[in-house]
Write a protein of this length. Structure first.
Length: 277
């Protein structure tokens, strides 16, 4: 009799343990889904412009995105604190398609610190640095086709309406890629994101590019030929959380065709993977 009772107690404990483990696994999966939704994790970057959002503490993401001329850029970010994150990126041109790949001369670094958390009334405010530019790198001008943001400050405010969430963003930045073209003005950028569901989001941004507006058709040289026309850069994109940790994206950049050295706007893809330590 004691052996029979002991056996049944062992079976009950085993089943209870398995059920508890299953519940914990399901709870963990639900938590991941809940964390990686546009309601609870707003975008940290729209297309090229940053927002005031940061990675959660003890998390990291890995992102790959295509750029013009067969370019590919890989970037990883780490959330060291709920308000502080670091990142590194590296890439090159002609990595996709034909031709010999040309790599960046240096690794680019990113850092962001959220000074003020968002409240019901006030936006979140963050400061940071992003040394990664996009498009062709003009070695003689020491700049990317689309300059890196450099030092920046940005404010972001989220809104919730029915089942949709959205965000408005505005910031200023000072790029360090101005040694040759001498276009050292600070510039302003705006952006917005709108989630159609928890896993689909639209993003848009407009960079006035006040530090990239020296195109002069009557006086063409290396600087004026490879500068913006003064219309700014308007970019849009769509994001899709394909699974709990994987996001896919499509970008359309430079829709105003604000450059004379390109034939059309740029189409790009991006993949972002999120994980927790």
């Amino acid at each position: 009799m004691p052996r029979f009772v002991f056996t049944w107690l062992a079976v009950i404990l085993m089943v209870t343990s398995l059920n508890a483990q299953t519940d914990r696994d399901q709870g963990r999966d639900q938590e991941v889904r809940r964390i990686y939704s546009y309601d609870n994790m707003p975008p940290r970057q729209l297309i090229d412009c940053p927002t005031a959002a940061t990675l959660p503490r003890a998390s990291f993401d890995f992102k790959m995105r295509t750029t013009s001329n067969g370019g590919l850029i890989a970037q990883t970010g780490i959330g060291l604190h709920r308000k502080f994150m670091l990142g590194v990126s590296y890439g090159g041109e002609q990595i996709l398609g034909e031709g010999k790949a040309t790599w960046q001369d240096n690794i680019a670094f990113q850092v962001k610190y959220q000074l003020i958390s968002e409240t019901t009334v006030l936006p979140a405010i963050a400061i940071g640095y992003d040394g990664q530019g996009y498009g062709h790198y003009f070695s003689d001008l020491k700049r990317f086709m689309y300059k890196s943001k450099g030092f920046y400050a940005v404010a972001s405010k989220g809104y919730q309406t029915y089942q949709w969430s959205s965000g408005l963003h505005a910031g200023v930045n000072y790029s360090l890629e101005s040694d040759v073209d001498k276009d050292k003005d600070m510039t302003v950028f705006f952006g917005a994101d709108l989630s159609l569901q928890n896993d689909i989001s639209l993003v848009a941004e407009y960079d006035l590019a006040l530090n990239d507006n020296r195109y002069d058709k009557a006086n063409l040289n290396d600087v004026t030929m490879h500068s913006g026309k003064g219309w700014g850069y308007f970019n849009v994109g769509i994001r899709w959380i394909f699974s709990e940790r994987l996001e896919l994206g499509l970008d359309l950049q430079n829709l105003f065709e604000n450059r004379a050295d390109v034939n059309s706007f740029t189409r790009g893809l991006r993949i972002t993977y999120l994980e927790f330590f």
